[in-house]
Design a protein around this ligand. Structure first.
Ligand code: APR
Length: 237
């Protein structure tokens, strides 16, 4: 059984119309991280943080997958004797909308909130604010977007560690390689013997850690790579 790990970042969602973080018109050029993406910001001005994620939720709810997401769907359904797991830094649900499987959101999801009182996670479709009460414990003002803020521990790391230890092919798509621990996953996979590929619009900070890199739009570069994998499989049958 071949095991492939695909790490995705904001770049895979760019062609679906979603902003990345560090490009010229990226989210972090229009908002200060310390105002909307830290636990201190949430404690000090919760409704400013809620407003940021409420706006993002409306935009993400309307976004549709692009050819890069569908290329993963194609590989997961057509590559024989291969397990493909997706570790995504993205909080959008484009992998789910493209019917990708085995998705691990290490930075959380835009469609969930977590109660800081009872810890219960609740699905969120519309806006939340500090006047909402938790549907489980009914305490008001303790609902936080279930998104990993800077300074918080990413999710699913035990599962990620196992996937990186076992994979023989590690593919990163649309990530600048500046935020850890995700930016270090390629090193772990490589040390465990995996071949490593990067598909990114331009140079990523950790590009030297990859065996191969393809610059360009993921809907073109990764789609072509996926098609080539299937042609290779066909010719070996
Ligand atoms: N195809 C491929 N890559 C693209 C495309 C595209 N169409 N468009 C942009 N990119 C690349 C950019 O070149 C950039 O290197 O995607 C990368 C996006 O980088 P960032 O904006 O830094 O996003 P990401 O790497 O996902 O950020 C990681 O940082 O702020 C935190 O939690 C946030 O999950 C995020 C994490």
């Amino acid at each position: 059984m071949k095991k492939i790990v695909i790490l995705t970042g904001a770049g895979i969602s760019a062609e679906s119309g979603l902003s990345t973080f560090r490009s010229a018109d990226g989210l972090w050029n229009n908002y200060k991280v310390e105002d909307v993406a830290t636990i201190e910001a949430f404690e000090y001005r919760p409704d400013m943080v809620h407003k940021f994620y409420n706006e993002l939720r409306h935009i993400m709810n309307k976004a549709q997958p692009n050819l890069a997401h569908y290329a993963i769907t194609m590989l997961q359904s057509e590559l024989l004797d291969t397990e493909i797991n997706i570790i995504t830094q993205n909080i959008d649900l484009l992998h789910e909308k493209a019917k990708n499987k085995n998705i691990y959101h290490i930075h959380g999801r835009i469609d969930e909130c977590i109660c800081l009182n009872c810890g219960q996670i609740t699905k969120v479709g519309g806006d939340i604010s500090s006047v909402n009460s938790c549907p489980h414990c009914e305490v008001m003002g303790m609902l936080k977007p279930n998104i990993v803020f800077f300074g918080e521990m990413p999710k699913c790391l035990n599962k990620v560690e196992k996937l990186l230890a076992e994979c023989n092919l590690f593919i990163a798509i649309g990530t600048s390689g500046v935020v850890y621990p995700a930016a270090g996953f390629v090193q772990i996979a490589k040390e465990n013997g995996a071949k490593t590929y990067l598909f990114n619009l331009d140079k990523a900070d950790n590009v030297d850690l990859f065996d191969y890199h393809f610059y360009g739009k993921a809907s073109e570069t990764f789609k072509q790579f996926a098609e080539d994998l299937l042609i290779e499989q066909e010719s070996s049958l």
